[in-house]
Design a protein around this ligand. Sequence first.
Ligand code: WT7
Length: 650
Amino acid sequence: MSNAIESVLTERRRFPPPAEFAAAAHLGTWEGLLELEEEARKNPEAFWAARASELWWDHRWHTVLQWQAPDARWFVGGTTNVCVNCVDRHAASWRRNKAALLWEGEPGDTRVLTYGQLHREVQKTANALLALGVSSGDFVAIYLPMVPEAAIAMLACARIGAPHTVVFGGFSAEALADRLRDSRAKLVITADGGWRRGAVVPLKDNVDKAIVDTEVRNVLVVRRTNSAVVWDPKRDHWWHETVDRAAPIHRAHAHDSEHPLFSLYTSGTTGKPKGILHTTGGYLTGAAYSSRLVFDLRDEDVFWCTADIGWVTGHSYVVYGPLANGATVLMYEGAPNQPGPDRFWDIIDRWRVSVFYTAPTAIRAFMRWGDEWPARHDLSSLRLLGSVGEPINPEAWMWYRSRIGGDRCPIVDTWWQTETGSIMISPLPGATPTKPGSATRALPGYDIDVVRKDGTSCAPNEGGFLAIRRPWPSMLRTIYGDHERFTKTYFGEIAGMYFAGDGARRDEDGYFWIMGRVDDVINVAGHRLSTMEIESALVSHPKVAEAAVVGRPDDLKGQAIVAFVTPRSGVSADEALATELRAHVATQIGALARPEEIRFADALPKTRSGKIMRRLLREVASGSTTRGDTTTLEDQGVLERLAQSFAHED
Ligand code: WT7
C-alpha cells in the first residue's frame, strides 16, 4: 500500500474544498451549506417551491406537495414543459448560439449543436412523431447509440407529452421485447447500428426481432453506420427523411406537473425488470437543482458525463439536468479504449472539458491501463470530478484526484438510484470536506438516514439500512403497471419510509458510507442486475435443471457474476456447455449479464424448506471458507462438492 493511501485509511484524512474553487463556487462555504440545509429543514415545501421557481412554468402550482404515503404529487396544479425548460427558453436568450451539445463519434466524426439548432431539431422531431401517430400519453421506446438524435428524441417526446422508455443499446432483442411489451410502446426510435470498439452493434436487426407480438406500429431509424438493414416500407421510416422533411415550428403545450415523463427499466429482486416511472415537474426540479449545485455548473463549463443515455445517469446528467441549466454538454459515442486507452483524456484535452463525471469501474480500468495515458494529455481544463454507480474505493479515489484532477479538482462521490431520479447524497464541491470512499452528506432538502429494521436511527458507525424519511420531488411515482409492487418494494420494508435497498453506516461526522445492496441485486461495473433475472435466463435453457447466481468481489467491476448450475441428467457439464450458457444469457438479457464464471454442481445447497442458501454460495464463489451455521443444509455433502466444483472462467 502506498504511503498516501495508508494515511487516508489510517488518519481518515479529509480533503477540504480547494480555496480557489470555493472562492468562485455557487455554494462556496461550509456555513453556506449549513444555512441551506437549515432552510430546507425548517420549511421543506417552501425550499422546494423556491427550487421549482427557477424553472419556467406555464401555470404555477396551487399546492407544493400532496403526500399520502406512498403516493406523492408535487407542484400540484402546475403545468410546464420539460423540453421548453431545457431548450426553448435558452434558444430565446443570449444562449441561442451557445453550444448545447458537443458530440464525438467513436470513429472520430464530430457535431456541434447550438441551443438554436437543438431547438429546430426538437421541433421537427416533435412534428415527425405526431405525424407518425404518437399522441400524448403513448410510450415511445428509444434504442439508440450515443448520438445527438438520442437526446433530441428524448426531448421531442417530452415536448409532446409522450413518455419515453430508453433501452440501453447493449440489451439484447429479448430484453428489448420485454420492455416493449411492458410499456406497450407504439413506436421505436433506433439506428441502423452503433459503433462499439470499431464494430457495428446491429440495433435495427434487434428491433426487427423484438417487435414481433408487440404493439409497435412504426420504427424511426437513424442512419449511423450505413449497414445493410431489412426494410419494411409500411413500418420503417428513415430519420433523415421523416424528420428532415417535418415542419421546423412546433408550438409546445404545457403538461401537468404529474404527467409521466419517462419510464426506465431497472433490475429488482425478482426476475422481472421494473419500469420506474418519473413525472414532469418534480423530476426536472431535482435534476436541475442537483446539476447546478453538485457540479457547480456555469455557462463557461464543458460538462461531460460518460454514462450512456440507456441509464438514469444519462437521463439526468447528460440530458435533462445540464440542459435545464443552459450548460454545454459533451456526448461521446464509443468505448474508452478506442482506438487507444487514452481516448477519454484525448477528448478532455481537445474539447477542454471542465467537469467530468464517470464511474468507479472505469476509474479502476484507467488505473490498470497505466499512468502514462492520462500523462500524455493536457488535462488542465478540468476543475471538478465526479463519481457514481457504486462505492469508490479509496485507492481509486486517490488516483482519480492526483492523476486526473492534478490534486486541484474536488471530487464529488454521488449516491443516488434510478428510483431517486437525481443525486441525493454528495459533497458540494466548494463547501464539503471530502473523505475518500464516502459520499458524505445528503443534499439540502433530503431527509436521509441509516436505520434499523424497526425504523429507529442507527448509532454512529452501526451498520443499517439506507432510508429516506420524507418524499422528494424527483422520486419515482410507481412501477409502471404494478403499483402494488412499488408499495411493497419501497415502502413495505421499513414503516413510513422509503427503503433504498442499500446497506450503509454513518460515521462520527454524520458522513454516509454505502456498503452495497442488501437484497438479491448485484452491481457489476456500475450496472444493476438481478440475480433472479440471470437465473431465469439460465433455467430457460433446455440443458439446465437448476441455477443460482451470486456476486463475488471483483477488483475491476466491483462485483462479478458467478453462476452455479445443475445440468439436466445426461447432459455433460463441460467447457462447451459453459460457453453455450454464457452466450444464452447474452441473448436473453445482454452481454453485461454474462456470467464471469459458471460452476457445475450435481445439487445446490438448500435449507430443509427448499430455499437456496445464497450466503453459502457467495462464500464458495469468493473462495472464502464457510463460516456460520450450516446445520440446516439439506445435504451436507453438497457444499463440499460445490467447493470443488468444476469452475469455468472467462
Ligand atoms: C445503486 C443504484 C443512479 C446512479 C447509477 C446507478 C449503487 C450508486 C453510488 C455511490 C455507493 C452507489 C447503490 C444504489 N450506487 N451510486 N456513489 N456509492 N453506491 O443507478 O442502477 O439505479 O443503481 O447503485 O447500490 O442503490 P442504479
